[in-house]
Every structure is written in C-alpha cells, then in structure tokens.
Design a protein around this ligand. Structure first.
Ligand SMILES: O=C(O)c1ccccc1NCC(=O)[C@H](O)[C@H](O)COP(=O)(O)O
Length: 203
C-alpha cells in the first residue's frame, strides 16, 4: 500500500486531524521563515509531544546548517527532509535519517546520494517546494525504486493522487497545499481524509 506524508503541519488542530486520520509521515517546516508553514523550535517541541508515536515525524528544511541539524536531532525527529544545498560532509554526518529532496531538474544527481547510508529516502518535488505545483511525472517512471524510499511530492491532491501512484509507483506520496484550508491557517480535515483514502486505495 502506498504510504502517505502530510506536510506543513503547524498547530495542535492539525495534529488532532493527523492523529485521527493516521498518515504514515507528518512534516513540519523549520528554519525557513519565508514559508507561512514555518514553525519555531518551541512549537515543534509542543507539536511533537502531541503527535501519535506511530506516525513518523519529519523536520522539513532548506539548506540547513550544522547547528540546525543538531537541534532537529535533539528534538527527536524520526527524519529530516533536506531541500536546497548541503555539503556531502554535512549530509553524511547528519545523525537524523535523511530524506533528500531534489527538484525534477536534479534527477541526474541521484547517483551521488544513493550510496549514502544515512539517506533513507529521496523526495521528488516541483521546482518550488510547497507551491502546490506539479511536474511531468514521466521523468520518474524509469527510476530504480528498490534502494531508497521514493517520495513523490508537488501539486498532489485527492483528485490526482491515484493517477500519480499508477504512473510513478512511489513508496510514498507527499502533500501540503492540496490539503490546506482556504485561508491557509492549517489543514482541512476532509481534504486530508480524502487524500489518504485515495492514495491508499490506488492500484
Ligand atoms: O511547505 C513549504 O512552504 C516548504 C518550504 C520549504 C521547503 C519545503 C516546503 N514544503 C515541503 C512540502 O510541503 C512537501 O514536501 C512538498 O513540497 C509538497 O508541497 P505541495 O506541492 O504544496 O503539496
């Protein structure tokens, strides 16, 4: 069954929704103030304490510093999702298991990260993360899927997720914008419910 990651959680109401609907992964944007989904270290600590322990927690970052990665490790996240740039040294020394995010134009670079033991997953996203924009999934059809967890992100919704799963066959699908309330204050329970149901029922 395709796994599901709901990203951009930012308040206790979101956590209540997630704990009720039980996706496999829950994402929290950190150290990226440009995003309306960014949360502080203190909020992350509070939300992690509320999160059902059966759901894997993911700190979502852009070009994180060594100190930020240390804070994420101390907070006890299950994974850190890394967008943007990071040195090979910092990546290989990261204590928290890594989901490396790359935009579709970076597909050629998979080879470099595929051999790092602490990189457990690769997340394919559109050019601007969290933008709700999709990309040409056919680019991923021929990728080997047995080495790392392959996450598909970018513009997914309850309406297109089954088609995406059928075409790409990812380990997991990842959504943020497509399950957000219209005023962007958090997640929409019904949209999250429908997304998880359609992703898990897809063949
Ligand atoms: O959500 C953000 O604002 C964000 C900012 C910086 C880095 C990552 C960010 N989000 C990551 C995600 O929400 C997902 O991994 C993915 O991009 C899905 O986004 P969406 O297209 O909105 O469903």
């Amino acid at each position: 069954m395709t796994k599901v990651k709901i990203c951009g959680l930012k308040n206790p109401t979101d956590i209540k929704c997630i704990n009720t609907l039980s996706p496999d992964f829950a994402g929290f944007v950190m150290f990226f103030e440009k995003s309306h989904r960014n949360i502080s270290v203190q909020t992350a600590q509070e939300l992690l304490a509320l999160l059902d322990k059966n759901i894997k927690s993911v700190a979502v970052t852009v070009s994180p510093t060594e100190e930020q990665l240390e804070q994420i490790h101390t907070l006890g996240f299950d994974y850190v999702q890394i967008h943007g740039k990071i040195s090979e040294k910092l990546l290989s020394e990261c204590k928290t298991p890594v989901i490396r995010a790359i935009n579709v134009s970076g597909i050629e670079s998979i080879g470099d990260i595929e051999n790092l033991d602490n990189v457990k997953g690769i997340l394919f996203d559109s050019a601007v993360p969290g933008s709700g924009k999709s990309f040409d999934w056919s680019m991923l059809e021929k990728l080997p899927k047995n080495k790392k967890m392959l996450f598909l992100a970018g513009g997914l919704t309850a309406d297109n997720v089954a088609k995406a799963v059928a075409q790409v066959r990812p380990f997991a699908v990842d959504v943020s914008s497509g399950v957000e309330l219209a005023d962007k204050s958090g997640k929409d329970f019904e949209l999250v419910r429908a997304f998880i149901e359609n992703a898990r029922n897809s063949k």
